[in-house]
Design a protein around this ligand. Structure first.
Ligand code: 13P
Ligand code: SF4
Length: 292
């Protein structure tokens, strides 16, 4: 079975059995009955699939497909931080390693983060990691105080507010929509904020016909298929990328050729030590239970 994230290149999305956001991909991985799951995404996603479905062989086309958020949260440092705030409930964004998940009380994705935090009794203090931008967004939505880990997504932090405002002036009829990994000043310009699947669903439901999309540019492929009649413009990045938009270099390490090679070799394989897997499974299952 081939699972692919919306940020994968179009060729890979085209051959995948399922394309989705982090939550949808976890749910598919948990119920997959194929012997092998090829995960066209980044390492933490494939690892989550392995944690949920340990009897399957999980393979990832390029083992270097990491994530700046996962890298920003080394287990030793995070462990010490969590210990210092042992009275706090640890809520972690799924974009982190299995070791970090194993130290968590509950996991969330961008599509259920607000609901997960709202499910926690108000008198319980919360430590949220690793994405400080998503954390700030949840604080604003829920009014909950949370202690935030200082991590961020390099792709979503690359959006340029000046260029975005200039682009919006050229297209005043376009609505800006954004992923909550973006910084607060970008989110303030957005008419809708949500996960990749949420953003696709929003442009389908909306009466509007033009959107500026502030997330990784790979989303445009499926989004455009869903709304062929609408105009979708990628939000501009500070960096001088070839597409003047924001691309995740980790996601783009996977290529169609590497997917093919990976299927032939049935490698590289994702392995998670059983002691870590058992601990990491608990907060992921809590999240899935609350997201039914
Ligand atoms: P979602 O697809 O869950 O919105 O996550 C975005 C992301 O950055 C995945 O790495
Ligand atoms: Fe990680 Fe950001 Fe790339 Fe998603 S887009 S995989 S959060 S670096």
């Amino acid at each position: 079975m081939i699972l692919a994230h919306y940020y994968q290149e179009a060729d890979i999305q085209e051959i995948a059995d399922y394309v989705g956001d982090s939550l949808g991909l976890s749910q598919e991985a948990a119920k997959a009955d194929a012997d092998i799951i090829l995960f066209a995404g980044v390492h933490f996603m494939a690892e989550t699939a392995k944690i949920l479905n340990p009897n399957k062989k999980v393979i990832l086309p390029d083992l270097n497909a990491g994530c700046s958020l996962a890298e920003s949260c080394p287990p030793e440092l995070f462990g010490a931080f969590a210990l210092k705030h042992a009275d706090h409930m640890v809520v972690t964004y799924v974009n982190c390693s299995a070791e970090i998940k194993a130290m968590s009380d509950i996991v969330c994705t961008s599509s259920n983060a607000v609901a997960i935090v709202e499910s926690i009794p108000e008198d319980v203090p919360i430590l949220f990691a690793p994405d400080k931008n998503l954390g700030k967004y949840i604080i604003e939505k829920t009014g909950r105080k949370m202690l935030l880990w200082d991590g961020s997504c390099v792709v979503h932090e690359a959006f340029s507010l000046d260029k975005l405002i200039a682009l919006h002036k050229q297209h005043p009829d376009a609505e800006i929509i954004a992923h909550p990994e973006s910084e607060t000043h970008i989110l303030k310009t957005a008419g809708y904020i949500g996960s990749t699947a949420g953003m696709i669903d929003y442009v389908k439901r909306s009466d509007k016909s033009k959107f500026i999309i502030a997330t990784e540019a790979g989303i445009l492929y499926k989004m455009q298929q869903e709304v062929p009649e609408k105009i979708l413009i990628p939000a501009p990045s500070n960096e001088n990328n070839t597409c003047a938009c924001s691309e995740c270099a980790f996601m783009k390490l996977n290529t169609l050729q590497k997917v093919y090679d990976c299927l032939v070799a049935e490698a590289p394989e994702i392995k998670v030590p059983e002691t870590i897997r058992e601990k990491a499974l608990v907060p992921i299952e809590r999240m899935l239970e609350l997201s039914k």
